[in-house]
Design a protein around this ligand. Structure first.
Ligand code: HEM
Length: 507
């Protein structure tokens, strides 16, 4: 056959494949219509979420757009390629899904294979009874008693943070604060989770910072594997492709193994997450007397605490500093509160002092409203669910999505949503707002387990910074922050450039 014939055959095969795909998707796209659900019209071939593949918008922004397009609807269907997704907008229905009817929606619905990827057996990914048992075991790690113990570590790292900025305040150089606070939160979580002082602020090449970055900055191949796990998990599972990169797993396995061996050999006990997990390793589990945690199970939890712990909190801090620099009246009011309260505590940052800072609480809440690090919640329907007062049934296997960013930017609940206004969180305004429209940590039994830890860590970092420095915009500060489309956690693409100036009356 000549080259022309080969080209003709190839072209015909491609046309046939496109035709088959077209027919297949057109049938798949009838899903919501056939079941009488309201839905947004999909387009070939990506359904309603094609813009995700173009990487022009982040997932949170795409779901927020869908939320706006569904204006006036309580809920509706969309398609992620061939997969139907159920979008819920109505606060009362959100409550039902997350809390009241949790038994139908207890899983996140990520498909993974613990044999290929043992480190995916973590609290975030696990399903059903395995998740429930693990959650019960891990919850005490985040009690307020444990938080008080870890508080001192946070303050020590906070002091490192203020020392680090000395150089910039002195030289008046611009500083990219997202990277600086990420080093602070990595120091905190490495210390609280592993008992390791990695001093990322002092050593720019610290291993933990490198691996932390590596975990959130996926290569193209890792992104493709991630997409396949969402769309057609059987393919990566068939080819033995792990979701957690092999090098990342190897690093954390080594750190966990070495730390545990050291502690066991030297009878060292510490007040950190790892110690709790070590104790679980040596305990039998449940009535069935199953053996305790394996090394991989421990490593999987440590990884999820590490990822959940440093990135979410560091972006919250950097978005907050950005807004404070853009809204100097808010910053002045906040720093006055911080310094007044600290004076009553002899300049010491204590757990009780932070609890007294009511305006700080409002500022952090407003930051999490405007920039929720986790921009949408997802649940997997595990058995057919009849939507109350309708004859509509959400079928087992359908994904349910709560567009958190869409709710947080809805002018009906948060008038003038682009305005940074901490007063949205005073008692009176809060009481006028419906419940379940503000969900930075999710809600219900699957609410963020590290919520308390994340909030305290954010506050400690901000108090340490604002008691000493004033943050001002500089010539590199963006007028509005662009959001990185490639990242799952809402992250400013070009960082947050600011200038730190000494306050006239620092502690
Ligand atoms: C500002 C900081 C944080 C934010 C905004 C945040 C947000 C969230 C959200 C929205 C969820 C999903 C909840 C749901 O589906 O209803 C979640 C789950 C989770 N978060 Fe956080 N998080 C933060 C800090 C932390 C920290 C510090 C840790 C650990 C040290 C952590 C560990 C986890 C874990 C393990 C889960 C899965 C819980 C489960 O499925 O049972 N997070 N987080």
């Amino acid at each position: 056959m000549g080259i022309i014939s080969w080209l003709a055959v190839t072209f015909s095969v491609v046309l046939i494949l496109i035709g088959v795909l077209y027919l297949y998707l057109n049938v798949a796209f009838l899903y919501w219509r056939k079941r009488n659900f309201p839905y947004l019209r999909p387009t070939f071939p990506f359904g309603n979420l094609g813009v995700l593949l173009t990487r022009l918008k982040s997932m949170g922004e795409v779901y927020a757009d869908i939320y706006r397009q569904m204006n006036g609807m309580k809920f509706g269907g969309v398609y992620l390629m061939h997969r139907p997704q159920f979008i819920v907008r109505d606060p009362e229905m959100i409550r039902n899904f997350l809390i009241k009817d949790f038994e139908y929606f207890h899983d996140h619905g990520f498909v993974f294979d613990e044999k290929i990827d043992p480190l995916t057996g973590n609290l975030f990914m696990l399903t059903g009874k395995k998740w429930k048992d693990l959650r019960a075991v891990l919850s005490p790690t985040f009690s307020s008693g444990k938080m008080k113990i870890m508080f001192e570590t946070m303050v020590e790292c906070g002091q490192g943070l203020t020392e680090f900025l000395d150089e910039y305040a002195y030289s008046k150089d611009n500083v990219e604060m997202n990277e600086v606070v990420a080093k602070f939160t990595t120091d905190v979580i490495a210390s609280c989770a592993f008992g390791i002082q990695c001093n990322c602020l002092k050593h720019p090449d610290a291993e933990f910072r490198r691996w932390g970055k590596r975990m959130i900055e996926q290569s193209l191949m890792e992104s493709i594997i991630g997409i396949l796990y969402v769309l057609v998990p059987s393919i990566p599972i068939f080819f033995n492709l792990p979701l957690t990169s092999r090098s990342v797993s190897a690093f954390f396995r080594k750190v966990v193994r070495e730390t545990i061996e050291f502690r066991e050999k030297n009878a060292v006990k510490r007040n950190d997450f790892l110690q709790l997990l070590i104790d679980l390793k040596n305990q039998k589990r449940g009535k069935e007397d199953k053996p305790g945690f394996t090394m991989d199970e421990i490593t999987a939890q440590v990884i999820v605490f590490f990822v959940g712990g440093f990135d979410t909190t560091s972006v919250t801090m950097s978005f907050c500093l950005y807004e404070l620099a853009m809204n100097m009246d808010v910053q002045t009011r906040l720093s006055t509160e911080i310094n007044t309260v600290l004076q009553q505590y002899n300049g010491r940052v204590t757990y009780e002092a932070i609890k007294e800072m009511k305006y700080l609480d409002k500022v952090v809440s407003e930051t999490l409203r405007k920039y929720p690090p986790v921009t949408f919640l997802n649940r997997h329907c595990t058995k057919d669910y009849n939507i109350p007062e309708t004859d509509l049934v959400i079928e087992k296997g359908v994904q349910m999505v709560v567009p958190v960013l869409g709710l947080h930017k809805d002018p009906e609940y948060f008038p003038d949503p682009e305005k940074f206004d901490p007063e949205r969180f005073n008692e009176e305004t809060k009481s006028r707002r419906p419940n379940y429209v503000y969900l930075p940590f999710g809600d219900g039994p699957r609410v963020c387990i590290g919520k308390r830890f994340g909030v305290i860590q954010t506050k400690v970092g901000l108090v340490c910074l604002l008691s000493k420095y004033e943050f001002q915009v500089c010539d590199k500060t963006a007028d509005s922050l662009k959001i990185d489309q490639r990242k799952f956690i809402m992250t400013p693409t070009e960082g947050v450039w600011l200038q730190a100036r000494y306050r006239s009356d620092p502690f």
